[in-house]
Design a protein. Structure first.
Length: 95
């Protein structure tokens, strides 16, 4: 017989502690991934995947940058996610 926890016991989830922040700068429909990616690298992040469809970064948080300008920020720190999103909106996509 397989023993299972009672239904009232929540299942632990690693994603439950992560904050996902998606930001698309207003008025931007596409970006130059290389240009914005270089700015993110200059800010202290390390680049991972670099393709025409997506760039990924690691550092204080895990970032995924799309050609549309959308940035996905994954971290357990909500304040950090907000800071990175604001930096994306105000610095990385503006030049």
């Amino acid at each position: 017989m397989i023993r299972r926890p009672p239904r009232s016991t929540p299942k632990p989830s690693s994603a439950a502690s992560d904050v996902y922040k998606r930001q698309v700068p207003e008025g931007i429909t596409s970006i130059d991934l290389e240009q914005v990616g270089a700015r993110i690298i200059e800010s202290g992040f390390e680049a991972g995947v670099q393709s025409r469809m997506v760039w990924t970064f690691t550092g204080q948080a895990d970032l995924t940058l799309y050609p549309s300008g959308k940035l996905l920020v994954k971290t357990a720190d909500k304040e950090l996610a907000e800071q990175i999103a604001q930096q994306h909106m105000s610095e990385w996509t503006r030049a």
